[in-house]
Write a protein that binds this ligand. Sequence first.
Ligand SMILES: Nc1ncnc2c1ncn2[C@@H]1O[C@H](COP(=O)(O)OP(=O)(O)OP(=O)(O)O)[C@@H](O)[C@H]1O
Length: 261
Amino acid sequence: MTNSTVDTSNSTTLGSTVLKIENLTKRYGALTVSDSINCDLKQGEIHTLIGPNGAGKSTLVGQIAGWIKPDSGSITLNGTDITNMNVAKRSRLGLGRSFQVSCLAMELSAQRNVMLAVQARQGSSYRFWKPAASDQSLIDEADKILDRLHISEFKDTLASQLSHGKRRELEVACALALQPKVLLLDEPMAGLDPASTQGLINFLQNLKAEIPILLIEHDMDAVFQLSDRISVLVYGKLIFSGSPDQIKASPEVRKAYLGDD
Ligand SMILES: Nc1ncnc2c1ncn2[C@@H]1O[C@H](COP(=O)(O)OP(=O)(O)OP(=O)(O)O)[C@@H](O)[C@H]1O
């Protein structure tokens, strides 16, 4: 398949479509960074975008998240056209994310960071007269999420004092605190040691039944372990989409990305 219309008919049986990207195009001057991209995310799956540096993965996810405006095409979340919505509105509709650039409050503890995210989700319904630090329901929910990610022991550690890897896990915890319907994860394994990587892989494998995940990841062992579908982006075009086995067997993908040896 040499154009950017992707055949997903061979993938494992998946649920309904939650996120749909149609003919998405983005140019920077003469450079087409997203070239009429069609892809989707279905309930229950992890769909991973791979591609060489500069292929346009982050730009595509930026358009889905809402901070990069596409030139044309559309993005639909659970049937709602979100193409022209701002980041906050998309987030309220259930688009959760964790990105390469940290959004953590570095001067606050891990627990307080997650509490802030829970509070943000609660929005105007939050009981604003009660100081957040003493709100037991916020503390309990934050602790539960930290526990799920196996980082409870770091709950009192300032984000600035966490290792890079633990910070990545905390970012995922903050994303989960928003109770998203879809999760966009940009290189969550970056900087993790092997044990933490395997821990996060196990966690995401369990999470996907609850929250489908669109993942960008360079760690190919993690990609092959985790993904139900993999789409390959090269020079802004989706050149192939399929199961891990189909990706491994594709001469086109091996030539363009995986290497032929
Ligand atoms: N604001 C911008 N203005 C001009 N060119 C840009 C801009 N943002 C990204 N690009 C270019 O778009 C292309 C795609 O970049 P992008 O960061 O999306 O790639 P990527 O696949 O995520 O790369 P990496 O794996 O290195 O993160 C690159 O050539 C990059 O230089």
